[in-house]
Design a protein around this ligand. Sequence first.
Ligand code: NI
Length: 536
Amino acid sequence: MCWYKKAIAIMLCASLAAGMAGCSMSKAQDKPVDVEEQRAQFALTAQNRKLAEDGGVTRTPLLETDGDILVSADCPEIPQNQTVSAELKAFVDGEVQQFKTEASDMGAPDEKNGLYNFTLTYKPYAVGADLLGIKFTETAFSGKTDRKNYIQTFSYDLKSSQRLGLDDVFDSSQDYLTQVASKVKESLVRNEALKENMDEALLNEGVTPTIQNFSNFIITPEKKILFYFNRGAVAPVEAGAIEVCIPLAELESLLNTENKAMILGGSSAAAGAEAAEGATQEGEAPAESEVPAEGDAPAAQSVELDLFPTGDNFMKPHSIDGIDINGKVVALTMDDGPSKNTPAVLDALKEAGVKATFFIIGENIKGREDILKRAYDEGHEIGNHSWDHTSFQKISLDDVLSKQIGRTNDAIEAATGKRTIIDRPPYGAMSKDLAAQIKRPQIMWTADTEDWKNKDADASVEKAMNELSDGGMVLWHDLHSTAPGITKKIIQKLKDKGYQFVTVTQLMQIAKLRGDDVGYYFTRAPKAEAAAGDTN
Ligand code: NI
């Protein structure tokens, strides 16, 4: 019955880590690449990249787009710690230099593959005041090297400025590696997304208990340890880079007693008595991934709707703070992306100051992780539109949950850091019964642009405007090249009519406040009384 809890434990703790991709040009292409477009797109992506500043980490960006080589490198800097900053800078400089040398050795790039390109970015993980992890993700195409989402991690004790290795995290007087290796293997074997790509010999080799195999790790403030395996390390290259997450509570007795307090978020100076105390409590806590973390309650102004999955790896319903629920509202929804047209849609939304909801196709994410992350970071809502657009009514419930929704959520989580809480069933093929079995909101729509048929922005907008009313949802596809035009035009028309733009989770809350009994199958909010006489 409780598929959900089981699924969380599996999905949270072993997901495909596609990471943040840069401009990947390695895909075989028939037509020559438009290098000026590539250059512009590369620069735009680099300039728009927003990075977390956990633990006071600041970003020093490097962007070079001249000649045949595109380079974008984000270098983390810790202003209060010159030693660590210098070490990280040396790593970044070294990677950039190596790439440049390699690319210049290859001569002029071939026009099918476009310009040589290199993207190095990072994510900081601050644990308490003293422990800082940096996860670098590198994507590079030099003609010789074709690297996607290559991950390299660094962990530091900021107090001593020492880089931390596995022996600093775990108690080297115990055989911790064997136990860590067996937990990692267990997690990989359970990973739904890996099943198709399982190579047992490779897996066994990759998880042999050696320091080297497990040296790519990050400790998170949520008291988990993440192990990274680059392409081909534990599974065939098609599986990409893989992240395995283990709650530290499961490895409690193996932690290095000297550093335990720091690892669990305390101060390294407070090690000793406090560490021992913390240990008992932590040891008895259930694995974090199985209990919703505190602070998961929706924001103060949002409405209680217990339809959404909760847990620290899930996105949150958007707050309805500031929305006049008696005024006219509409949700803009786009399906089937991310695609090459999505950035222009995001530009249009940004210019208009409007938030939309994107329902993502899992298999379209690869190579466009940056686009998806940008949509999420810019405050749009992200929903799940299946892995490969298979009708949920034609496959088993298990397959809907694991192969379609679960697998897509793994990829969305790898790109954005969070899993979605709403779905749009492909073709709208859904019943109230099935939605209740899936136990996740299944989102329909009320106005269809039929953009795929109209192939024209004006005709699409006109079609949808005739069907749209207060409380409704309009659908188009950011997959198609008409999407940016539709976005601009429909926003203008709706603004002229006095509509407020809401995301789907906001619309669901508004539906409840307007008196609807909101369930897992959701089509629209009732019209507001104030707007009841207005058909538009
Ligand atoms: Ni679709």
